[in-house]
Design a protein around this ligand. Sequence first.
Ligand SMILES: [Zn+2]
Ligand SMILES: [Zn+2]
Length: 409
Amino acid sequence: MHKVVLDEFRGYYSRLPAEQLDVKDFVRREYALLHFGDQKMIRHLKFDSVSELKRSLVEGVPANVYYSSAYYRNPQADDMNAKGWEGADLIFDIDADHIRTDCKDEHDTWACLDCGCRGRGFPPDACPKCGMKKIDTVTWVCEGCLETAKREIFKLIDDFIVPDFGVSLGEIEICFSGHRGYHLHVVSEGVRGLTGDGRREIADYVRGIGLDPKEHGFRQVTGTGPIVGPDMRDGGWRGKIARAIYEFVSGRSQEELRAVVGPVVADNISKGREKFLQNISDAPPHWGGMRGYSLESLMKIANAAAREHVCNIDERVTLDVKRLIRQPNSLHGKSALKTARVSYSDLERFDPLRDAVAFMGGSIKIYVKEIPRVRIGDCEVGPAKGTEMEVPRALGLYLLCKGAADPRV
Ligand SMILES: [Zn+2]
Ligand SMILES: [Zn+2]
């Protein structure tokens, strides 16, 4: 990595108050460092105090700093069996890279390594021209991507973690990852002992895996007779499905309804939309004597509507009982932004591209290879290609870390 980046990272860690590196039960965590240019992490580190960790960061200037979601008796043991696992926080990872957003057409490109076919936006699973799966991607993240990831975090907290799992806001920590998304840590005795299987159940529940709306209280008395369904005030997926159907029918155009249930049923619903909605809300579980719709059509709507309420987490992170996750207030080696803690009450107005900026003031001269529009703080540049520019320090370091620019003196 360029010397200017290493110098700036070292400066950041020198200035950082050591207490900002504290995590719950600090001495029981395994630490891992990844240095610039290295593929392999240095693992099984244990620090006796946050000052000792800080010293190590100032001296070694790693690109990325991780700690274990797990608590160990011997965090430094290099044999996982000898570590003495004593539980782990429950972690959720939401990464904008995994979510299809329209803005990806503006800033992401992909190329097939076999035939050279190229395209913009979310990469295909296989090349549309030759069918091979070796796809190279160049991805960026913009305000739109990060806003989408934030909405997913709110959904996770407000629709699942708090109401369905009974976790209080005091037991969660939210972090901006420093690059493309957010992490949610549930730090509570209640989840510490969960096994991998237990965590998988939670991940599947949140992702709606194996969710069959029909199993959530729906029944039709006779062929096209009255429908019985869940109450919008029910807990868990029952209530979510009832609310999802209500929202879906009230908010969708006729075209969109047609795509789900076909023209006849869609036109029927459109004509009697008010009544349909009233039926759902009026006297559950008897959906207001709703008649004339087959349960099958209703389930098509339920499935489509419920899909919009699942939460887009990276399940591998949640079910891992000894995950290494980013250290709060450390720098991200691909962005020079910091892994910033955000309180729930500040999350709505949190702007990661401003509030996670670690370098204030100063400017850097760089040679830009190729970038889409990029904003850091108040400064916006690009799209640009093959040009020199002088930019604010934080933006320059961002582009250098992304590998999209070289320093100029
Ligand atoms: Zn191809
Ligand atoms: Zn975007």
